[in-house]
Design a protein around this ligand. Structure first.
Ligand code: FES
Length: 134
């Protein structure tokens, strides 16, 4: 009779250890690619792609892949990035992020961003809920 598969049986054959090892390797690749040297905490690591937007918020760095017809915030949330937000309307400013790499992949700032961020835009700040992928 075949023994039923349980969570405990997965742990003993090393499956979880293997997943952790792969995640760790991926995170190292992303860190190397950005090589920001900012001392940021990494919330999440993703495999390296040329069309990736790297951003920081609250001393954490995130890698977000472009998703057509979605805001940067929604793409990030769909991909498991824990970006802070509140209104999703461009009024609260809670979703403000600093774009480290990949700004050329993003739409031009809209009216809400111009009003809310003003001179912070040339410094690389965007409202994730108002920013879309090109
Ligand atoms: S969530 Fe409020 S401005 Fe983006």
């Amino acid at each position: 009779m075949k023994k039923p598969l349980t969570v405990g049986s997965l742990k003993t054959n090393g499956t979880f250890t293997h997943i952790r090892r792969v995640e760790s390797t991926v995170q190292e690749k992303v860190k190397e690619e950005v090589s920001a040297g900012t001392g940021m905490d990494w919330d999440r690591g993703l495999t390296s792609k040329t069309s990736t937007v790297y951003l920081t918020q609250n001393h954490k760095m995130y890698a977000v892949y472009p998703e057509n017809n979605q805001s940067l915030l929604d793409s990030a949330l769909d991909q498991g990035c824990a970006i802070d937000y509140k209104c999703k309307k461009g009024t609260c400013g809670k979703c403000r992020v600093h774009i480290v790499k990949g700004s050329s992949l993003l739409s031009e700032p809209n009216e809400q961003e111009l009003v809310k961020l003003g001179e912070q835009i040339p410094q690389g700040f965007r409202l994730a809920c108002q920013t879309h992928m090109k």
